[in-house]
Design a protein around this ligand. Structure first.
Ligand code: ADP
Ligand code: MG
Length: 305
């Protein structure tokens, strides 16, 4: 039998990764899947906040005292994050981590009022100073921390697809957690990517046909704990330092997975009204928002579809 679709799964960047690609040759197909996994592991080594040796950890250790020299790649993704911060007026802000690190969803730990107030002043993307020419990053002052969790998976997926494209692949899908990018179609028909129901694990709210596009979902159901009926989850509103509570899930579709990832986290923080206005103002991007009552909201282009 000639295996032309190569399908494989792995756990990388703390999440499930799924790859599908079409190649007529078995060995080449397998090697390309392996190179995607390697690329994702490389990005994780560079950007993980949990790996002490990562460049990102080095910034968090020393960047409050002095500028830190890192790879051009990391500087570039941090700058891309800053542009999304400006676009969203601070709803997306990688310095959320100044407070974010005090939450631990597995052990149901969160900062109390006093601790939150003390850490909160560390959140402000304008504290971050990047120099693309010198390839340096500074956190501006002690107490500031950064985390690329809201954009790194989309970036990694986008890079993987780029790599496959360079090797002449025309049909592929790469998913890391809630971020997916497809290359081409599924040989004659569109890829169908399901959007999970935020409150019913096995249910989908819809399936979207995709051709050469990216899709990202941010939800309050991935990492959370409940205390006195309040859900504490991993998407933080930079204004309050508390979990964002306007919506249950946000899906963003568009041409680039780095952007759809950053934007889905952003819209989650911004809520229905401001989120729809943002996405409707961007060319090529669409969104489906599930609000806190479970009602669906679509951006203009999807409503038309
Ligand atoms: P997932 O990691 O489940 O794919 P998201 O793409 O929505 O989900 O990203 C959530 C992650 O984004 C959090 O785990 C955290 O690392 C980071 N994050 C949380 N709040 C913000 C924020 N306001 N701005 C930027 N990043 C954030
Ligand atoms: Mg995101």
């Amino acid at each position: 039998m000639q295996a032309q679709w190569h399908v494989a799964d792995a756990t990388i960047m703390g999440t499930s990764v799924h790859v599908e690609l079409w190649h007529p040759d078995v060995r080449t197909g397998k090697a390309l899947v392996a190179s995607v996994f390697d690329e994702l592991r490389r990005i994780d080594r560079l950007m993980s906040p949990y790996k002490e040796a990562s460049e990102l950890s080095r910034i968090n250790r020393d960047g409050g005292q002095h500028t830190v020299k890192v790879s051009a790649e990391l500087v570039s993704l941090i700058r891309q994050s800053q542009r999304i911060s400006e676009l969203t007026h601070g709803a997306f802000d990688i310095t959320f981590a100044s407070v974010g690190f005090a939450y631990d969803y597995r052990s149901a730990t969160r900062p109390d009022r006093g601790r939150l107030d003390a850490l909160h002043s560390g959140i402000d993307y304008r504290n971050l100073i990047t120099d693309a020419t010198a390839s340096t990053v500074s956190l501006g002052r002690p107490g500031v921390k950064i985390d690329l969790g809201g954009i790194a998976k989309g970036y990694a997926v986008e890079r993987s697809i780029g790599l496959l494209q360079q090797h002449g692949i025309g049909h592929a899908l790469v998913t890391a957690g809630g971020d997916t990018r497809v290359l081409g179609d599924r040989r004659g028909r569109p890829w169908l990517v399901g959007v999970r129901h935020p409150r019913a694990r096995s249910k989908l709210i819809t399936r979207l046909p995709l051709d050469n596009e990216a899709i990202s979902t941010s939800g309050d159901y991935e990492r959370f704990f409940e205390e006195d009926g309040v859900r504490y989850h991993h998407i933080i509103n930079p204004r309050t330092g508390d979990s964002a509570r306007q919506v249950q899930s946000v899906t963003v579709v568009g041409p680039d997975a780095t952007q759809t990832d950053g934007l889905s986290t952003s819209v989650f923080v911004m809520g229905v009204e401001r989120g729809l206005a943002l996405i409707d103002s961007l060319n090529g991007y669409e969104t489906i928002i599930v609000d806190r009552h479970g009602e669906l909201h679509y951006s203009q282009g999807l409503e038309a579809r």
